[in-house]
Each structure stands twice: as C-alpha cells, then as structure tokens.
Design a protein around this ligand. Structure first.
Ligand code: SAM
Length: 257
C-alpha cells in the first residue's frame, strides 16, 4: 500500500512499529530484572506452558526461555514484532520451545486452566491492569503464576506536571499498595513485588533509543509524523529523568488461588 492510501493512524502505526523494531526492547526492563522476577516462580518443568503477552520483539522472552524449562508462546498484536520475535528465537536456537504468534491479549487462544505461567512486561496496561489480571486468571492452572510489570506511583502525592501526564496517558496508574490489593482481589496471592531499577529505563530503554532516533529522523527527514513521534519519546524520557523518584515500573508476581 502506498503512503497516500493510508490513513494517518495507519501511517503512525507503521512508523511506531518500525521505530520500536529497531531497538531490542519496547519497554523498560533488563535480563537481570526478568531473572529476578522469575526467581519467585516455583514448580516449572519441561511440560510447563508459559505465555508472554505483549511480547514485542521478545527481548525478555529470550531471557525467560534461557532460564526456564517448558514451552513459551509469545503473543503480540503487531506482525512485524512477531516476525522479529521468531527470528530471535531461531537465532538463539530456541525455536523448538519459543513461538511467537500474532494475536490480542484480550482474545487469547488458550484453554481454561492450561497455563503454568503468564508473563507480561510493560504491556498489561494496553487492556488495563485490573481487567487483564481478572481476564487472564481463567487461563492459569490453580497454583499457576502471573508476573507482570506495570507503571506505578512510588508516593501518595506528586508534582502536578507528572500527575497530569500519567492521568492523561494511563489513568489506571496507582500506588503499589493499591495495585497489590487489586491483584489480591482478582484471585491471586501477591507473592512478591519489586521496583525495577533505574538502569532498566536508562541503559536498556532510553540509551539505545538515542542512536535509533537519529537514524529514524535521518531516514524520515521532513516527515512531520516521524518528528512528532520522536519528540514524544524525548518528552517522555525528559519527564522520567525529572520525576523518577515519583514513579516507575514495578514487577508484581502473583499465584493463582
Ligand atoms: N514486553 C515487551 C518489552 O518489555 O520489551 C514489549 C513492551 S511494549 C511497551 C508493549 C507491547 O504490547 C508492544 O509490543 C505492543 O505491540 C503490544 N500490544 C499492544 N496492545 C496489544 C494487544 N491488545 N495484544 C497484544 N499485544 C499488544
């Protein structure tokens, strides 16, 4: 399809995909953090079935696969991410245990009580934390685990600028005790939670984007949509440096009861 035939939304969408395909991660995180979250999950065997929802290109899925037995299905809405996900799995010789499929996290192709572990880094916000926890619970076996990272407030109060930014971007952002209460209410024992370290944002998410942004702007010189996309990313990054004492990603690990 030529660009003239695309709606602005389709054009933005493909730009966003292209931009984020050029970096290893599409959200803050790191191998160390994935491994730490995994340390709270017990009882996985090579028969275990694991889903990584909103897997992106699979940065965290590869780490997961290298540190767990069992079969992992990655699910993401965007075909380009899934293509790259499956190439990554092959590159690491994990294609027999790790498969990416295109799909939506609110229409999962699993049977009731089929999964041993549901993983989702920086992605449950797409359908909302509470809704996602409730919806996904039915696919987990009793005693199965869920591990999700979710943006959360670190304090009860914060400056208006960052409060307004997040209220607009994701009104379901909440404090850690409130998120834990939501997890418990959804039918899980909150087994652990921890704040992901700043290096997950800075070294693993924002720093790789510096070069990616320059390349992208060079490729799309004079393209307003591309310029706006990068300006948004840079704004979000500046807010993080300014207000990182007030919010961040938190890993929540729960066990289905
Ligand atoms: N988990 C990856 C990581 O940590 O690098 C990606 C996180 S990125 C912030 C959010 C991901 O959710 C994107 O890959 C996006 O394509 C995916 N996504 C958005 N809406 C989705 C949906 N309804 N179903 C499945 N994936 C979705």
């Amino acid at each position: 399809m030529s660009n003239e035939n695309k709606s602005i939304h389709e054009f933005d969408f493909s730009l966003i995909c292209e931009y984020f395909s050029s970096v290893e991660r599409q959200g803050p995180g790191s191998a160390e953090t994935t491994i730490k979250a995994l340390s709270f999950v017990e009882g996985l065997t090579d028969k275990s079935l694991i889903a990584d929802l909103g897997c992106g290109t699979g940065g965290q899925t590869i780490t997961l696969a290298q540190h767990t037995p069992g079969q992992i299905t990655g699910i993401d809405l965007f075909p380009d991410f899934i293509n790259q996900f499956n190439s990554n799995a092959e590159h690491f010789n994990l294609q027999d245990r790790v498969k990416g499929i295109i799909g939506s996290m609110d229409e999962l192709p699993f049977r009731n009580e089929e999964l041993d572990l549901i993983w989702s880094e920086g992605a449950i916000y797409n359908i909302g934390f509470e809704y996602g926890l409730n919806l996904w619970r039915s696919f987990l076996k009793k005693g199965g685990y869920i591990a999700v990272s979710e943006v959360s407030w670190f304090t009860d109060e914060r400056p208006a600028e960052i409060n307004d930014f997040w209220m607009d971007a994701y009104p379901e952002i909440n404090t850690i005790p409130n998120k834990l209460a939501q997890m418990q209410k959804a039918g899980y024992i909150p087994v652990a939670c921890f704040c992901i370290p700043e290096n997950c944002w800075i070294e693993h998410f924002y720093m790789p984007q510096v070069e990616a942004q320059e390349n992208f702007l060079r490729k799309y010189a004079d393209n307003q949509a591309a310029e706006e996309l990068i300006a948004n990313q840079r704004h979000e990054q500046q807010l993080y440096y300014k207000y990182k004492d007030f919010y961040g990603y938190v890993f929540y690990i729960g066990k289905k009861i």
